[in-house]
Design a protein. Structure first.
Length: 554
């Protein structure tokens, strides 16, 4: 048998501490290439049973097997074995139907499949699902039936021997539903795929090979559609639904020993092979999001100008200060005192401009990463079930925000250097500002990886940026005990310190160091700590995605 369930049970604990049995000791056997519908009243456990069979949730009792293999092991080693569709389809709205399917091919088909074979197989899937007329459309422009066919096509790319479909026909008009049911029956027979469909609709059940009827987590009927009324001695299906609780449970004859069978499937490509299509998709999505493009461009252009405006009135004195370092060493005592007075007034300007650009870059970095993972969480869960590598996915995300951070910090370094006329090595200044921007981008990517919604991730990012200035100690001195606790995790402090150290041999640094009680960390240490921030948040984001992967594949 292709699908076998042995005494499956699933129990949950309610808020009041009591327990509820959602699936109650269900055993069943389904043949290879069969089309089975799971029906029953709302809340009877249909979707839960499907998830147990798919291995997406762990049963509290019993086991499920697919082709004789324990489903938990099968999901880990051969994730393309099962094509599971949840009740809602999730896609990148800015990719066309063809691009979505091409990405599925790149991420799911093993490397051993050549280019011509890939193109041929993609054409077969497109033809099978009748998607040719909409290949250049975006998902928001598709009808409900077209979206469901696209979701099916995406799963069929991996050629899974098992298709487990939750409410696939829900919301379709009668004609579309009939077409979908007949199409599924044809796929089961012609392609030898075992299909389980959870449905509320009682129409078109005659095309199924078998139906499973559930009531309160119990299996009360398993058999062919044509015999269900006679079995319950009922005039119609409505009568069975209204009296479902009064019927007893049934079970298939299931043997304790299930022999493994041959599976025509393959493992998905490794993380290295998945990296390039992920990175390419990331930049395509970024380039098509006009709102984000305008926001990034606006921040990158206006923020450096804001630094220049902030420092405008003091710029002549800053330039004069750098000249006086070379020519006024032997001036009289009175002029030296006057110079010191002006120097201390300029200290707040130099320190303030340095910190302002760091804070603005931190804000830009937060915008880079805060929504990146959370906004596509449903798509990510679907792709992880099909074998997406968390390492490849994270590498594409961190690579993306890394490139953005480099461009943004380079522009900021250029403007501040040549408009504000600060001294020091340009490359050194760029490196520390880049690491600061990247560190904040990486931190917010981590926030995005642990947030269920983009809004929550954005809120965490705002809080993080808001704490950078007061906890850095650059403006207001912090108590020693507090700075010891906070400064190691405040990227702005290390960016500020590292930037100031780039003109350590100039008087600009002297006047700031003499006017602040906050210790200015060395350039090397600042860069090292910022690099640690990046490494730590990469590790935390990977850990979060591993938890997500464990959750979605069971």
């Amino acid at each position: 048998m292709a699908v076998t369930a042995q005494n499956l049970s699933y129990q949950v604990t309610l808020n009041n501490g009591s327990h509820r049995l959602l699936i109650d000791d269900i055993s069943l056997s389904l043949a290879e290439g069969s089309f089975t519908s799971i029906i029953g009243p709302s809340g009877c456990g249909k979707s839960t049973l499907l998830k147990l069979i798919a291995g997406l949730i762990e049963p509290t009792g019993g086991k499920s097997f697919l082709a004789g293999y324990e489903v938990e092991r099968l999901k880990e080693s051969l994730p393309l074995t099962i094509g599971y569709l949840s009740q809602t389809a999730s896609f990148h709205d800015m990719l066309s139907v063809r691009e979505i399917l091409e990405n599925a091919v790149a991420l799911r088909l093993p490397r051993t499949v050549g280019k011509k074979e890939r193109e041929s197989w993609l054409g077969t899937v497109i033809s099978l699902t009748d998607l040719e007329p909409v290949l250049h459309q975006l998902p928001p422009t598709l009808s409900g039936g077209q979206l469901r066919r696209l979701a099916l096509a995406e799963q069929l790319v991996g050629d899974p021997p098992f298709l487990l479909l939750d409410e696939l026909t829900s919301g379709l008009d009668p004609h579309s539903e009939r077409e979908m049911m007949h199409w599924l029956a044809r796929v089961a027979k012609e392609a030898k795929k075992t299909i389980l469909l959870v449905t509320h609709s009682l129409s078109n059940l005659e095309v199924c090979d078998r139906i499973l009827f559930l009531s309160n987590g119990r299996l009360i009927y398993e058999g062919v559609p044509g015999e269900v009324l006679a079995t319950f001695q009922a005039p119609d299906m409505e009568h069975i639904y209204s009296n479902a609780e009064s019927f007893g449970s049934v079970s298939s004859q299931v043997t304790d020993e299930v022999e493994p069978q041959f599976l025509r499937t393959a493992a998905p490509p490794g993380g290295i092979s998945q990296l390039l299509p992920l990175f390419k998709r990331q930049w395509i999505l970024f380039g098509r999001d006009r709102v984000q493009l305008m926001l990034h461009a606006g921040l990158m252009i206006t923020f450096p100008l804001l630094v220049a405006v902030f420092a405008y009135e003091g710029l002549p004195e800053v330039r004069e200060l750098s000249l006086q370092l070379k020519s006024n060493i032997l001036e009289g005592l009175a002029e030296q005192l006057d110079y010191l007075n002006r120097s201390f007034k300029l200290a707040s300007l130099v320190s303030g401009v340095s910190m302002l650009q760091v804070i603005l870059l931190a804000l830009i970095g937060a915008n880079n990463g805060a929504r990146e993972i959370a906004k596509e969480r449903d798509v990510l869960a679907k792709e992880m079930r099909a074998g997406l590598s968390p390492v490849a996915y994270l590498t594409s995300k961190f690579g993306f925000v890394g490139v953005l951070s480099a461009i943004q910090s380079l522009w900021m370094t250029f403007i501040v250097r040549f408009v504000c006329n600060f001294p020091g090595d340009f490359t050194s200044q760029f490196v520390v500002l880049f690491l600061t921007t990247f560190a904040m981008s990486a931190t917010c990517l981590w926030f995005s990886s642990i947030s269920k919604t983009p809004e929550r991730a954005s809120l965490l990012a705002i809080y993080s940026v808001g704490l950078q200035l007061p906890l850095s100690g650059a403006v207001l001195a912090l108590p020693n005990w507090l700075s010891f606790v906070t400064q190691p995790i405040i990227a702005a402090y290390w960016g500020w310190s590292g930037y100031l150290r780039t003109f350590e041999s100039f008087r600009h640094f002297d006047i700031v160091s003499q006017s602040t009680t906050t210790e200015i960390a060395s350039y090397g240490l600042s860069n090292f700590v910022l690099a640690l921030h990046i490494a730590a948040t990469v590790s935390l984001a990977w850990w979060a995605l591993r938890k997500t992967q464990t959750k979605v594949i069971g």
